[in-house]
Design a protein around this ligand. Structure first.
Ligand code: ASP
Length: 331
């Protein structure tokens, strides 16, 4: 029988209703009591790391989860992390960089309704997560509403429905149907695990709006080591009076910052070469382009890279090197 570890971090799945709304109260051991039949799937131990609404989860918490898994990696066949849904895609991406090439499954799940509610997706999601954690699938994944999603491709795309997560610019890895896995894509070959324990949280994100003021980008570049700009369409930067973004970005790069251009369009990614507003940027400035990566993955990858190095060529090499199938169009 497989040995699995359930790591509790909070979220709605573990929430109880108090005077001011839902707050994460239940521990992973208390969660497990709602699934008495789990013993038929695996032998499960519990570890409670923290009890947070995932709005309060920060990159340092990704490191704590990764460290907890690293310390117990040999003792278990798979890991389930129960987590709030709001930032689960960021944590899934963060863990994908902190634990690379894992031959064992590391599965994040959560729920839109608490496990104690009469109508809830918690039990199904948790049970499916254990099914995947006990399988031959590998690496970091999100399991939610029957879907198995690669950790670098997950995004919360619905704020209320049980169908809360989508896989962006990449197919689902498979489905869980009545306790069985229907695989769509074979798992990647792995030579790991390779663990990392450092991230640089000084990364910012600016979403462009019509008429955006480049002083905002200047400010963010002063405050951060890395800036991600979510541009329009396939990508480009505005150049009008209050918006000389080119100059702001050039100065930031000269001061040693890393700048990544991505798109605010959910599907199909960026291609800066198409329009004049974008093509001159890559010709003239050492900016990076996200292509088909999700913003969640770009954020976590940049934090992971800047935690290792700030040397420009090495940053660029690491950024364009695929990790856990996070980027394809750069190749
Ligand atoms: N606010 C909650 C959280 O992310 C939402 C959820 O878990 O569904 O912790």
């Amino acid at each position: 029988m497989k040995r699995l570890l359930l790591i509790g971090t909070g979220g709605t799945i573990a929430a109880e209703l108090g005077e001011n709304g839902l707050a994460p109260e239940l521990t992973s051991a208390q969660l497990l009591r709602y699934l008495p039949d789990i013993a038929a799937i695996a032998q499960v131990d519990c570890l409670q790391l923290f009890s947070l609404d995932s709005t309060n989860i920060q990159p340092k918490h990704w490191v704590r989860i990764a460290d907890a898994i690293a310390a117990r990696y040999r003792d278990y066949d798979g890991f389930v992390v129960s987590h709030g849904t709001d930032t689960m895609a960021y944590t899934a991406a963060g863990l994908s960089y902190l634990i690379q090439q894992s031959p064992k499954p590391i599965v994040l799940t959560g729920a839109q309704k608490p496990i104690g509610f009469e109508t809830t997706d918690s039990k199904q999601n948790l049970r499916d997560a254990f099914t995947v954690a006990a399988s031959d699938l590998r690496g970091v994944m999100v399991v939610f509403n029957n879907k198995i999603i690669l950790g670098t491709r997950a995004r919360k795309t619905r704020s209320k429905s049980f169908e809360a997560f989508s896989s962006i610019n990449y197919p689902l890895l498979g489905l869980v149907r009545e306790g069985r896995i229907v695989p769509y894509i074979p798992p990647e070959e792995t030579g790991g695990p390779v663990f990392y324990d450092r991230v640089d949280p000084a990364v910012s994100l600016m979403k462009l709006i019509p008429g955006a003021d480049c002083a905002v980008a200047e400010f963010l570049l002063q405050r951060s080591h890395g800036l991600i700009i979510e541009a329009f369409g396939v990508g480009g930067l505005p150049s009008y009076k209050a918006g000389d973004f080119y100059e702001a970005v050039r100065a930031g790069l000269e001061a040693g910052r890393t700048v990544v251009l991505t798109t605010q369009v959910e599907n199909e990614g960026s291609d800066l070469s198409v329009y004049q507003v974008g093509s001159h940027l890559k010709r003239n400035l050492p900016i990076l382009e996200a292509y088909d990566m999700t913003t969640e993955a770009v954020t976590a990858k940049l934090m992971w890279i800047l935690g290792q190095t700030r040397e420009r060529q090495e940053v660029e090499r690491l950024f364009y090197t695929p990790v856990a199938r996070d980027i394809f169009m750069a190749q």
